[in-house]
Write a protein that binds this ligand. Structure first.
Ligand SMILES: Nc1ncnc2c1ncn2[C@@H]1O[C@H](COP(=O)(O)OP(=O)(O)OP(=O)(O)O)[C@@H](O)[C@H]1O
Length: 558
């Protein structure tokens, strides 16, 4: 049966408010000062009307009251807006960190399916759009307070005329609703096309060398790829803006029309005092201000809603309470994969890739090499082993205990990995203590990087290195983690022959001697004798398992 509770609520303007839950007191002060500003403006309207009616015979109270109200208006509206801008910056800060947390909590396969460009767009474009919209919401309340104050004043002047104006505003608001819904639709599709634009911009930056090298490719990229994505975005944005501008302009015009009706038509049918008419004319002018502003803000709020819908559609993980994770929560011991299968989904069903079923047991202290042709499934197997991809079927066990979904984070703490496309962080994140610094310096010497890189204030002095050197730095970071199991994905592929020799013949045996388990994806068959076991993979399965013959000519591992 379909569970209605499971259906997520579609993000709308109301969900933009949710962020203020954490800053209720600032919001409350900002709203109160805003409402005071609204009441002050209604008071000013009253004094202006009285002033006009009194002509030259102004009373001192009206004049003094008018200037005092000006001061109240200035102080309260400025306080309200200053608090709001502070709130907006706080929101942006929390939103960015919250989104970053959600992205990192989202399973790797979901993040991988979206692509780096979409995730970056969420952190920059969407975060800014949401905060820009949120910043306006309290201002809307403040402007709303002004509108209410002016209506109360008009009601006091003439209930009949006030009813008339209310009806008129109601009809105008209802009439523009379909156009606004259409405009929001265009904004949503503009946001979707923006993802393709971010993808093209990413290619522009990452493929800069390739594009500079070949004029034909560059022209095709700029004129077709990038231009098409930018043009799609432009087209949808123009349609949205056109709808908003038409709504806004027609609302303004309808206000003038209302003034015309009030001044030219009403006196023919109703006996209305000239001061009442003046009050209504001024009141209408006052109302057109806030209502006009709302018109100008609608596209910004619409963009914020589109950004929230985009984030919602991406299915990012909900923010979780960060519980401390410790690998001690699981027993140490052999890692076992029992009947594990995993489907790696591509953009189409045809491009999906099936790993497994895999049955495998890795003993503590073992050196296991995984080899096989390109696309054989080695990296996918490593990602499943690391607990980054959850098996579709079968189970993973550690020390005899099955790893449940809730254990996966603790399970991952058993591993340190150097991926084929390893990212090296400039900061020694989480490992900047004195023992780690000393160990890092030793390793820099050992990996022949000490002349290039230093550790200063918990950071590497540079990560701008050759690819091979950067991989050595990634190896250093993995060794610093001091985890029981190390996974290397084609680590030696970019190393010079001498260093490759040192990796296979000295470093791996040393790590084994210190009690580490090694899983190394490798095509270097020359060094297979350094492994205890070699798995050969093909088409997502373990094709063969070999125990290499020790190469006596290879030299001592010491
Ligand atoms: N980023 C990705 N997104 C979706 N599918 C992928 C991705 N990377 C790989 N695949 C799919 O998984 C299959 C296995 O790739 P995998 O990287 O596991 O192979 P491999 O044996 O490590 O290859 P290589 O030796 O080339 O590194 C690929 O043929 C492809 O269909």
């Amino acid at each position: 049966m379909h569970d209605r509770r499971a259906r997520p609520r579609r993000a709308g303007a109301w969900s933009l408010w949710s962020v203020f839950a954490a800053s209720k007191s600032t919001l409350a002060v900002s709203l109160v000062t805003g409402v005071i500003a609204g009441a002050a403006s209604a008071g000013l309207l009253d004094l202006l009307t009285r002033g006009i009616a009194a002509g030259r015979e102004q009373t001192t109270e009206v004049v003094v009251g008018f200037f005092l109200l000006c001061v109240v208006f200035l102080a309260s509206s400025a306080a309200s807006l200053l608090l709001l801008s502070r709130l907006a910056q706080d929101n942006l800060f929390h939103l960015r960190l919250g989104l970053a947390r959600r992205i990192l909590e989202t399973p790797l396969h979901v993040a991988e399916a979206h692509g780096a460009h979409r995730l970056l767009a969420v952190l920059t474009e969407d975060a800014n759009s949401i905060v820009a919209a949120q910043k306006l919401l309290p201002t809307l309340v403040i402007e709303g307070a002004k509108v209410v104050a002016v209506f109360v004043y008009l009601l006091w002047l003439s209930p009949l005329l006030c009813l008339f104006i209310l009806l008129y505003v109601g009809v105008v608001l209802c009439a523009r609703r379909p156009a606004l819904t259409r405009a929001q639709g265009w904004l949503d599709s503009a946001r979707r096309t923006e993802n393709a634009l971010f993808g093209a911009l990413r290619s522009l930056v990452e493929g800069g060398k390739e594009l500079r090298m070949n004029a034909r490719r560059r022209r095709a990229f700029l004129d077709e790829e990038l231009a098409r994505a930018a043009d799609d975005f432009r087209g949808h944005s123009i349609k949205a803006q056109t709808s908003f501008v038409l709504v806004e302009r027609s609302s303004d015009t309808l206000f003038f029309l209302f003034l015309g009706l009030l001044l030219f038509l009403v006196p023919r049918f109703l006996a209305v005092a000239p001061e009442t008419l003046t009050g209504f004319a001024l009141g209408t002018m006052f109302l057109s201000g806030p209502l006009g502003m709302v018109g100008a803000w609608l596209p910004i709020i619409g963009k914020g809603v589109a950004a929230m819908r985009n984030i919602e559609a991406m299915g990012l993980a909900e923010p979780a309470v960060a519980a401390p994770v410790d690998r001690a929560a699981l027993p140490p011991g052999a890692i076992e994969l029992r009947g594990v299968t995993y489907r790696r989904r591509g953009p189409t069903d045809d491009s999906s890739y099936d790993l497994g079923p895999i049955d495998l047991r890795i003993e503590p202290g073992e050196i296991l090499f995984v080899t096989g042709g390109n696309g054989g499934g080695k990296t996918t197997l490593a990602l499943v082993l690391l607990g980054l991809f959850a098996p579709d079927m079968g189970e993973i066990r550690i020390g005899g205990r099955p790893v449940a979904a809730a254990d996966r984070e603790a399970y991952r703490q058993n591993f340190a990995a150097v991926f084929a496309d390893a990212h090296v962080f400039e900061a020694l994140l989480g490992y900047s203590d004195e023992p780690s610094r000393r160990r890092a310096e030793e390793l820099l010497e050992r990996l022949r990087l000490a002349e290039k890189v230093e550790v200063r204030d918990g950071r590497f002095s540079t990560v701008e290195l050759s690819r091979g050197q950067r991989k050595r730095l990634a190896l250093l970071a993995a060794c610093l983690e001091d985890r029981p199991i190390l996974v290397f994905d084609e680590w030696a592929a970019e190393q010079d022959p001498a260093f490759r020799e040192m990796f296979y013949r000295r470093l791996l045996p040393e790590l084994k001697a210190s009690g580490k388990t090694i899983i190394a994806i490798s095509h270097d068959d020359r060094y297979f004798s350094s492994a205890d076991r070699v798995l050969r993979m093909s088409c997502g399965r373990i094709e063969r398992e070999e125990t290499p013959v020790v190469d006596e000519t290879a030299g001592s591992p010491a």
